[in-house]
Write a protein that binds this ligand. Sequence first.
Ligand code: SF4
Ligand code: SF4
Length: 449
Amino acid sequence: MKTSPESRPLYPQRPEGKWHNRRVVFSIVIIALLFVTPFVRMDGQPLVLLNVLERKIILFGIFIGPQDYWLFGLTMLSFFVFIVLFTTVFGRLWCGWACPQTVFMEMVFRKIEYAIEGDAGKQKLLDKAPWTSEKVLKKGLKYTIFLIISFAIANLLLAYVLGTDELYKIISEPIEDHIGLFSGIVIFTGVFYWNFAWLREQACTVVCPYGRLQSVLLDRNSINVAYDHGRGEPRGKLHKGSDRTEGDCINCFQCVAVCPTGIDIRNGTQMECVNCTACIDACDAIMEKVGFDRGLIRYTSENVIERKTAKVITPRTWGYAAVLLLLWSALGFVVATRTDTQTTLFRAPGSRYIENSDGTISNLYTFKIFNKTNHIIKPSLHLDSPHGKLLFAGSPDLTLEAAGMSEGTVFVIIPKSELKSRKTVLKLSVSQGNQQLETFETTFIAPEE
Ligand code: SF4
Ligand code: SF4
């Protein structure tokens, strides 16, 4: 049974059982982490910031700015390979336990719905009932609470994208000063409300690209919520008093009744299954009631069910793990060797060396200094070797805003006695106070002797 537009809305029965209780505890932890993380700061900056609009990302204190192409690329690639590896081994564990869509939908919005409208049967009756004052009150209360929570989630999203300081400004300052961002909150409130009030399971079964990739990512050894058809089939009703010749599935449809995506897990692994464990609990309760062993539906792999062989680590997972290790090593190297600034210094286009009357040679350069951190830097540029001096054109303010850039032109002036050939390698550095931030090299051109 698949979800079709005609069969919507779905009315899944209230899940209960061992696995559901575990998920409730885990969801509380996830929701708490989601709401607390934007407020956690490390060295004065957010622990996590996902400002994709300005490409300023902070992950566990590491700032990835617009200049960090390598860091950004490697982080994204490692994340992607990690997801592939994790899914190959553990199936859709993420979807069922940690995905914010499932956590908010099943553990917040759905629970409010059960509390106000009752279980599946009552919800169905209420939807079909005429608009009495009771129905208006229940629907009004439910959708008002949905709207308030959607507003909170929209603010949470903005806290991750812009940071809590910016969010506080939008909240505390006049709306007209932040009309663009305030509109963003309103739009996202609407989107979340639409998602949790109407779109619901279709976000997973139709929209989510991760869900659609399952057929590629999963293999026969992946651990998933699965029905043991070897044990369950042929299914048949339970007839008290007569010897049972069928399998353990008594065709009670409880696993279907609780499924939030409206599928029948007995049809095999399906893209629509978010591994929410509701059918495990429902079936276990039935098995207990009729005196059969629990686990007709359980976390297992296709190979365990069909061939009784459990193999978590396969050549494929070794391959993914090796690629991930390589990527993490490269990432570690990039992080360890990363400098706070990135400077480019090139000879000014069309310029030649200048022979000065005091026995020195000058080359004119243009430079750009990029700040790769999320705080202000007041850099100074130094010529470390050979002996010489820098003469800036004008008196440029090199102060770098967070992720900012400063540029200018500078003469490098070196005594002829220091120059042994036409081309000399210059060693330069960027410092802030006594702290050296970066070293780099360029070439200096002198006349042929
Ligand atoms: S809950 Fe269990 S016994 Fe009932 S239909 Fe589903 S698999 Fe069969
Ligand atoms: S089939 Fe089971 S685990 Fe999958 S979504 Fe439905 S109830 Fe959840």
